[in-house]
Design a protein around this ligand. Structure first.
Ligand code: C2E
Ligand code: MG
Ligand code: MG
Length: 434
């Protein structure tokens, strides 16, 4: 069967099921105007493990690598295809630039730079990654897979390397240092920025706070999504500097917002590695004093998964933060597997329901049931609840009906620079209370 060279070729036109599935992704991406990155990961260790311990051991290692990539690299819409026991393709969609795909590849290499556990044993994966981008490096699945493989072959010549497919022939080696340098430069030039997404109190009809979200628009790498920027900062050992910058800027803005709306709160996200940083609560304390902000107007968000990953450390860090009077929030709730017993022990103030459940709650009945029970659970633990992903009026109404305390989402307001939020708060102050 001839394989169509256009993206219009459909699923059934491909003999290889991976190419068929990928073609569907590309068709959808083209329709939405999205870019897609293919990251082909090869792990040379499988061969050695087969020879040393037998094929079953190789299978177990292969499954462990896939699990690691699924849990630590893939975002919500990303997928993974297993090409063979030692070759896997991560399909990242949407992705803003090749630079961001390279950061994800560096994240894979850094994850696989420590021994991977499989059963009772562990082994160095000995990985290499090849990257190709849609639509730049191939118009259909077959071509894109071929070119990703080509880039991978260049990468495998060296150990622990990433190569990006190059249309002019040879693939281009990626210099990880470039990314570290860009981030360092951004910190030095103060070119990172924060956007603020408002949160509504439906009982008063007023905005009660905002979440600070990191923005990194780099001249070379383009707009780097915040979760990728945070990953890059972690790989480069710069996460403490980034968080310190975010905290200081957010607290300073909180003082500005508070002048217009007394008691207005600002939420900041902290990453799991920040919790291991002994000075985190000192930074916060210093920022609060410098800008004269009351601790209860600062909310520190930690994702449920981060809390579960290192419970002891998280517990200790949260208690320390709590002693400075800040409020604590558990972010993306519902996606991890917290035990109720553990949750009840933590000094939390707020629970944020993951947007995945909220966005689809009017279409998917079990999502609505999950949202209802998360609101009940939070209230029974004396926690306030914020719903994220409120994208429409009917969703807002449904959440109000369920007794959700605060609402955040595109329908309430998209993340905007501080100046825009200030204007909105000033307009709000001229309106009567509902
Ligand atoms: P998050 O903390 O769960 O933030 C909410 C994300 O959902 C934001 O994406 C926001 O723009 C998006 N969002 C809000 N309302 C809606 C909606 O109605 N519909 C949809 N589809 N999306 C909505 P953003 O800004 O891309 O941030 C993504 C993640 O990056 C954040 O998730 C957070 O985990 C992380 N992040 C952002 N800033 C920082 C930071 O300063 N430090 C750390 N450690 N992580 C950060
Ligand atoms: Mg958050
Ligand atoms: Mg969230």
């Amino acid at each position: 069967m001839a394989i169509g060279g256009t993206p219009e070729a459909r699923h059934e036109d491909f003999r290889n099921p991976v190419a068929g599935r990928l073609q569907e992704v590309l068709l959808n991406a083209r329709g939405a105007g999205d870019r897609v990155a293919l990251l082909m990961v090869h792990t040379a260790a499988i061969d050695r493990v087969d020879a040393m311990y037998g094929f079953h051991a190789g299978d177990v290692l292969s499954a462990s690598v896939v699990k690691l990539l699924q849990s630590k690299v893939l975002r919500r819409l990303d997928t993974i295809e297993v090409m063979s026991r030692d070759e896997f393709v991560c399909v990242l969609r949407p992705i803003s630039s090749a630079g961001v795909a390279m950061l994800a590849a560096q994240r894979i290499l850094s994850l696989l730079s420590v021994p991977v556990e499989f059963g009772e044993r562990s082994a160095m994966a000995d990985a290499a990654v090849g990257i190709a981008m849609f639509p730049e490096h191939g118009g259909d699945a077959e071509e894109l897979l071929k070119n990703t493989k080509h880039a991978l072959q260049s990468a495998r010549v060296h150990r622990d390397h990433v190569y990006l497919y190059e249309t002019r022939g040879a693939s281009l080696e990626i210099d990880q240092l470039q990314y570290e340098n860009r981030l360092r430069l951004a910190l030095e030039r103060n070119s990172l920025s924060l956007h603020f997404q408002p949160q509504l109190n439906p009982r008063t009809g007023r905005l009660k706070g905002a979440e600070a979200l990191l923005r990194w628009n780099d001249e070379v790498l383009g707009q780097v999504p915040p979760n990728i920027a945070v990953q890059a900062a972690e790989v480069a050992g710069l996460i403490d500097r980034v968080t310190l910058w975010v905290l200081t800027s957010a607290v300073q803005r909180c003082a500005d917002f508070g002048k217009i709306c007394p008691g207005f709160s600002v939420s900041v996200n902290v990453s799991p590695s920040n919790l291991r940083e002994a000075d985190l609560s000192l930074y916060i304390d210093r920022a609060l004093r410098t800008w004269g902000v009351n601790g209860r107007n600062l909310v520190v968000e930690i994702t449920e998964t981060a809390m579960m990953a290192d419970q002891l450390k998280a517990n200790e860090a949260l208690r320390e933060l709590k002693s400075h009077g800040v409020r604590l929030s558990i972010d993306d709730f519902g996606t991890g597997y917290s035990s109720m017993y553990y949750l009840a022990q933590l000094p939390l103030d707020e629970l944020k329901i993951d947007l995945m459940f909220v966005k689809g709650m009017l279409e998917v009945s079990h999502h609505a049931k999950i949202v209802r029970s998360l609101i009940e659970l939070a209230h029974s633990l004396d926690l306030e609840v914020v719903a994220e992903g409120v994208e429409s009026e009917p969703i807002q109404m449904a959440l109000q009906h369920l007794g959700c305390d605060y609402l955040q989402g595109y329908h309430i307001g998209k993340p905007v620079p501080a100046g825009e939020l200030i204007k909105r708060l000033q307009r709000q102050e001229t309106l009567p209370l509902v």
